[in-house]
Design a protein around this ligand. Structure first.
Ligand SMILES: Cc1ncc(COP(=O)(O)O)c(C=O)c1O
Length: 393
């Protein structure tokens, strides 16, 4: 019999995996022969655009791309990032020291605290939020402090509350995620400018997760880069990803851009852990960025259609939601006084419909649920039908 080894204290201290309860209910429903339909998956169902795959094939067959990448990514890849950044956000980056290739933005966000957080340091993260924001802080020995984002504020932080949290906790960094998973909220230029001013005033690092910057619905709502805000380069690092923009989640390619000392710290951690993304993947990603508009617009169109189906259904059912301006998520209120976990469990058991309970994204997510628009139209119609049936009971 194999020995069971005890996990490290840092792993034992991580919060329990809340979704295991849901997995058990799903398994039980499946056993009863229920046909499950999941809108809980944050992974695009559509393939990567063919032209990007063709670039990968070409690059993969060139032996020059079979060796280690430079730790920071190739200069060619980083130049493509700088060109795209200039076109898209009007921000000039120095490819040499203000851009860093990553093996997914999750990798960068998770390693970043190792570079800047000492044991016991506090860091602010958004709640509701992507769960690794807080666990990454914890894994580095830091103390995560939630910044509540609420319905009445369109899920943007309240600036007085934020400044108060900064004054009380003296955080090493403040993490922002706009457009947001799970709420889909975007941030106004005014709020972002105020946040940059706060960070500069209190010498707090700003970590901006912009993984959904290209997943917008209307051109006038195109999300900002924090680096567009004057003075942000003094304090900020921003994470971008190819995963959602180009349906490339499994390819593991992303980048960070921003303050050179923040980039250098993250790079130093990474040189001790990994050896950069596959060179052929960097080539294909470079092609994607050079042709971003042509490749990303058809993907956005798919979600535009899907969003309408779901929002029409929610309106018909009388369910309140935050109008999604970006991301492929819809964030809606649980009807009545039921907890988000009980509502989601009931939908699975009664209708075989799997949604994500807001509580899975932090305390401030309670009372909400998340729907991912990552299934075809027909399945979205079916999901709405099942939701309506559940509400009638
Ligand atoms: C808010 C947010 N940031 C970052 C990521 C990680 O993306 P990737 O590591 O694929 O770049 C995700 C993935 O779901 C996300 O939702």
């Amino acid at each position: 019999m194999s020995t069971v080894f005890q996990h490290s204290q840092r792993l034992l201290e991580l919060p329990p995996y809340i979704f295991s309860e849901i997995n058990a209910i799903k398994a039980e429903a499946q056993k009863r022969g229920v046909n499950l339909l999941s809108l809980a998956i944050g992974d695009p169902d559509q393939p990567t655009p063919t032209k990007i795959i063709e670039e990968l094939k070409k690059a993969a067959s060139d032996p020059q791309n079979h060796v280690y990448s430079p730790y920071e990514g190739t200069l060619q890849f980083k130049n493509a990032v700088s060109r795209w950044f200039k076109n898209r956000f009007g921000v000039t980056l120095n490819s040499e020291n203000e851009v860093l290739a990553l093996i997914g933005s999750k990798e960068g966000i998770a390693h970043f605290p190792l570079a800047f957080v000492n044991p016991g340091d506090k860091c602010l993260y958004p709640s509701p939020g992507y769960p690794i924001f807080s666990t990454a802080i914890q894994l580095a020995g830091g103390i995560p402090i939630a910044v509540p984002h609420r319905w009445e504020n369109d899920f943007q932080p309240d600036l007085n509350e934020l400044e108060n949290l900064i004054l009380v906790h003296q955080p090493k960094y403040l993490l922002l995620n706009f457009p947001c998973n799970p709420t889909s909220a975007v941030c106004t230029r005014k709020v972002m400018t105020d946040i940059v001013d706060l960070a500069r005033k209190h010498r707090t690092i700003l970590v901006a997760d912009n993984a959904y910057s290209e997943m917008y619905y209307d051109v006038q709502d195109r999300p900002l880069s924090i680096l567009e805000i004057p003075g942000a380069m003094d304090v900020a690092i921003e994470f971008h990803s190819f995963s959602k923009t180009f349906n490339m989640t499994g390819w593991r390619i992303a980048f960070a851009a921003g303050n050179p000392s923040l980039i250098a710290g993250l790079l130093r951690v990474k040189t001790n852990i990994d050896s950069g993304p596959l060179l052929a993947v960097q080539k294909a990603a470079e092609f994607a960025l050079n042709n971003a508009d042509e490749l990303a617009e058809p993907i956005r169109n798919v979600y535009r259609e899907r969003r309408e189906i779901v929002l029409n259904g929610l309106r018909r059912s009388g369910i309140e939601y935050l109008q999604p301006r970006a991301t492929f998520f819809v964030w809606a209120k649980v009807p009545g006084n039921e907890s988000s976990m009980s509502f989601v469990k009931r939908l699975i058991a009664e209708q075989g419909l799997v949604l994500t309970p807001g509580i899975g994204f932090g305390q401030e997510g309670e009372g909400f649920f998340r729907m991912a628009l990552t299934v075809p139209n027909q399945q979205l119609h079916e999901a709405i039908r099942r939701l309506e049936l559940a509400l009638k009971r």
